[in-house]
Design a protein around this ligand. Structure first.
Ligand code: SD4
Length: 328
């Protein structure tokens, strides 16, 4: 004889199974919203203005690639932003050298590293992507390509940056401290009205770095990665540490495996911390932050320590958020 409780249980599971099964003609839940809700994320406080600039493209149904380029160009051209483009702090020889990269949802990529004299490295990166057979150019070759493609040669070292550099020369003490007072790289990721993702990342790198030093920002997979089937991610902070774990690509792969953008960013930060621990190095004075969106328009961020901010713009507004962090 079958117990009454068993009958009830079996009946209930049958109903649940029936409810879970899509009937013929029923639409399955879409993986990507039918009408994508555009969104833009960028690093640090200057991300707010950059987002507004990028939104001008998005709101006219423009594509996310144009949006991220336009957005970060605003910061590149601003002499008061001392860690990106014109007015950026120089290397220890007094030369402003810039790193940037750009990527779209179909894995089109362009990157430029250690570029001098050009205000908009992000546009040089895009030109490399669209007009050259390569994906990355560096140093003199990158400058030559830029000049041949209509970019103008300019002096990027402003009076303020030169003064700071001359002051630094007195001690020549190299401390790559990355925090809110010394905010850095602009990384921007966006989802447009057609559901396409893109990202851009641009920086003058660590102030007073060795000549020739390249950080994570122009390295596709480290400072930026976009996968149209998954999401978009960019990083800021101590580039050497981000390169060590191929940070942005790692976050993408975590999202591909089902993690939310925030959890994926957190997992990458945890791995970076673990690498510090294994090398018995202190994380003091080091900052790393990731921001991520998935192709549903969900977003998140995570940092190694307190003090990382990121800006989020969508149809409802443009807000600055404090990222959660791993260590005090
Ligand atoms: C670099 N990641 O050159 C850049 C610097 C940065 O916040 O983002 N600082 O290593």
């Amino acid at each position: 004889m079958v117990a009454r409780r068993t009958v009830i249980k079996t009946g209930a599971s049958a109903i649940l199974a029936w409810l879970a099964k899509p009937l013929d003609g029923w639409a399955l839940e879409p993986k990507v919203p039918a009408v994508p809700k555009p969104i833009i994320l960028s690093t640090w406080k200057f991300g707010l203005q950059a987002n507004e600039e990028a939104w001008k493209v998005i709101e006219k149904n423009g594509n996310s690639l144009d949006a991220v380029e336009q957005g970060v160009m605003l910061v590149e051209a601003d002499p008061n932003e001392r860690s990106v483009g014109y007015g950026g702090r120089p290397d220890r020889d007094g030369n402003v050298t810039l790193d940037a990269c750009i990527m779209d949802h179909n894995a089109n990529i362009g990157s430029v590293a250690c570029l001098q004299h050009i205000v908009h490295p992000i546009s040089v990166a895009r030109a490399i992507m669209e007009k050259s057979p390569h994906v990355m150019l560096v140093g003199d070759g990158a400058l030559k390509f830029a000049l041949e493609n209509g970019f103008k040669k300019e002096n990027l070292l402003t009076e303020a940056s030169e003064k700071e550099w001359r002051e630094w020369l007195k001690t020549s003490e190299y401390k790559p401290i990355v925090n809110i007072e010394n905010h850095d790289t602009i990384g921007m990721i966006a989802l447009d009205t057609k559901g396409n993702l893109a990202g851009a990342c641009t920086t003058s790198g660590m102030a007073f770095k060795l000549a020739g030093r390249v950080g994570d920002s122009p390295i596709i997979g480290a400072g930026l990665y976009v996968d149209g089937e998954v999401g978009a991610v960019t990083a800021t902070g101590h580039g050497e540490e981000v390169i060590r774990v191929v940070g942005a690509h790692l976050v993408i792969e975590m999202m591909r495996q089902g993690k939310t953008p925030k959890k994926a960013c957190k997992a990458a930060v945890e791995l970076i911390k673990r690498k510090f621990d294994l090398r018995q190095k202190q994380t003091k004075d080091t900052q790393i932050g990731f921001i991520a969106i998935n192709n549903l328009g969900e977003y998140g961020a995570f940092a190694l320590r307190k003090g990382f901010y990121y800006a989020v713009k969508d149809a409802t507004g443009n807000k600055l958020y404090k990222a959660d962090y791993l260590v005090k």
